[in-house]
Design a binder for this molecule. Structure first.
Ligand SMILES: CC(C)(COP(=O)(O)OP(=O)(O)OC[C@H]1O[C@@H](n2cnc3c(N)ncnc32)[C@H](O)[C@@H]1OP(=O)(O)O)[C@@H](O)C(=O)NCCC(=O)NCCS
Length: 149
């Protein structure tokens, strides 16, 4: 598996499988607007993909210059590739790029997403804040952060 920047058209195509997954499905995300956002983020050089034999196993979208660090705006691993270190590899790549010059790496997850909470704790993120109604009314996002060592 290797991690590489994803070009805009390929980034847009990933919206199809992402909207079929939790937590995005129950939050009502739709492929066309998500695809347009992925396209713009990739044009800014902020979408990385984990690729194996031309297949995209997962992607991470990051936002630099956020509260003295970087914010991971989206992390998704295809269900058939879960549990094989893809999510960890994507986060570690963003970590490496961030911690060369910034102190903090942030991410948020829906409070009902217990799998994501376990994953971010495993990667040494600390729960930092509750953000009610951030993405959807009546849902709470948890803000996580990790400090450069
Ligand atoms: C959460 C997600 C990104 C994890 O990616 P992944 O590739 O399956 O995770 P990895 O295989 O890299 O796991 C890294 C570590 O986290 C642990 N972990 C991963 N998922 C876990 C879970 N559901 N419960 C407990 N631990 C978990 C693994 O055991 C592993 O630990 P290890 O390295 O000590 O063995 C992925 O399942 C996903 O895309 N989920 C749906 C979307 C989502 O929730 N995104 C994040 C929040 S927006």
């Amino acid at each position: 598996m290797r991690i590489r920047l994803l070009e805009p058209a390929a980034a847009r195509r990933q919206a199809e499988w992402i909207v079929a997954m939790e937590p995005w499905r129950s939050m009502g995300f739709r492929a066309p607007p998500l695809g347009r956002w992925l396209f713009r983020r990739a044009r800014a050089g902020c979408v990385l993909a984990a690729v194996q034999q031309h297949a995209i196993l997962g992607i991470v979208v990051f936002q630099p210059d956020f509260l003295l660090g970087t914010f991971i705006a989206l992390l998704a691993v295809r269900p058939q590739a879960a549990g094989q270190g893809v999510g960890r590899a994507l986060v570690e790549r963003v970590e490496q790029a961030t911690f060369t010059h910034r102190r903090w790496l942030y991410v948020s997850s829906d409070s009902k997403n217990l799998a994501a909470a376990r994953f971010y704790k495993k990667l040494d993120f600390a729960r930092t804040a509750r953000l009610p109604d951030l993405v959807c009314e009546n849902r709470v996002e948890i803000l996580w952060r990790k400090k450069r060592r």
